[in-house]
Unconditional design. Structure first.
Ligand code: APR
Length: 309
């Protein structure tokens, strides 16, 4: 089996490294537009194989889509990252052109692939990939909600002073700082609602930190984060290729679910071999429904910019 990661930058290379260390495929192809860049990253990664003990072969290529043919999964990370003070939404112009061309070229070589979109603004890039690829909607998955949920669990674990692995918590809606919805009501600590352990004030602080989680890191590092985005992408790929049926909040095309249509937004989905298989209904309360509708409005207005492409 072959897995392709497009974009050998911070997120792409980190995601690729997680995938090879989990040995999810015989071959991982890393593709970048920058001459020699993916080749170099691939060589460096291959030179860790005896140290980490993996057998996946990493092939780096410069814009050579033939090498990606018959991939089971294509992960798209190509595009500009955020700089301090920038929102994910401000990347739309440049990244839409890149994602459009990358989706067309990679699907031509791997028509059966499941496509994972990481490039930002992720909700709009996922919608673009659905429209551009002509693939079944189940085969296009935007990664953002897994990352946001992982950050939500991190901030909850700090507030509760407990291991993040003891927590269940989801972020749905858009992947923007203002559009994501950390579901504090449904978050639990070993089957007890987190609201029984944290005050409203603390919970609101966790929610606020989660929503600006990406911007906080961009401010500290000077560019957008890569360890958690890369690991989140790899967790998604693992559930696809190993048919794990894990439930992750992911950005998928909605056809009436959660009251929205003709839009890609984050909702909990079962992830298996064919892509996303089923949308889970969290039975939102009225205020959560209202937040979801508001998030959809913001993402829809961002999607309208695509008409210029
Ligand atoms: N085809 C292939 N690769 C491309 C193309 C293209 N058309 N255009 C750009 N790239 C490559 C760049 O050469 C670069 O190596 O995409 C890579 C992006 O890497 P970084 O600049 O390090 O950005 P990164 O931090 O990895 O973020 C990538 O993921 O999380 C999102 O917001 C982030 O949209 C951004 C994306």
């Amino acid at each position: 089996m072959k897995i392709t990661v497009i974009g050998a930058g911070n997120v792409g290379a980190t995601c690729a490294e997680s995938i090879v260390r989990m040995e999810l495929a015989e071959e991982l192809v890393l593709l970048d537009i920058r001459e020699g860049f993916a080749e170099g990253k691939a060589m460096d990664m291959n030179q860790t194989s005896t140290l980490h003990g993996f057998h996946t072969k990493v092939t780096g290529v410069t814009n050579d889509y033939k090498s990606t043919s018959n991939s089971a999964v294509i992960v798209i990370t190509s595009g500009l990252p955020r700089k301090p003070g920038m929102t994910r939404e401000e990347l739309i112009g440049t990244n839409a052109g890149i994602v459009k061309s990358v989706v067309t070229q990679s699907i031509a070589e791997s028509p059966e692939a499941v496509v994972v979109v990481i490039s930002n603004p992720m909700d709009t890039m996922t919608y673009l990939a659905v429209k551009q690829s002509g693939l079944s909607k189940n085969k296009i998955i935007g990664m953002g909600g897994i990352l946001d949920s992982s950050r939500f669990k991190y901030y909850l674990s700090e507030a509760l002073d407990c291991p993040p692995s003891d927590l269940q918590a989801s972020v749905i809606g858009g992947h923007g700082d203002k559009t994501m919805i950390p579901l504090t009501r449904l978050a639990s600590y070993q089957s007890t609602p987190v609201s029984t352990h944290l005050s409203n004030e603390n919970l609101n602080a966790v929610k606020a930190s989660t929503m600006i989680g990406g911007a906080t890191l961009t401010g500290l590092i000077g560019t957008s984060a890569w360890y958690a985005p890369g690991a989140a992408g790899a967790a998604l790929v693992a559930s696809i290729v190993n048919d794990q049926k894990r439930i992750f909040p992911c950005c998928v095309y909605l056809d009436g679910e959660y009251g929205e249509s003709d839009i890609c937004l984050g909702v909990p989905v079962v992830i298996g071999k064919g892509g996303w298989e089923k949308i889970i209904d969290y039975q939102l309360n009225d205020s959560e429904k209202e937040a979801f509708a508001k998030s959809a409005d913001a993402v829809r207005s961002m999607n309208s910019v695509l008409e210029d492409f």
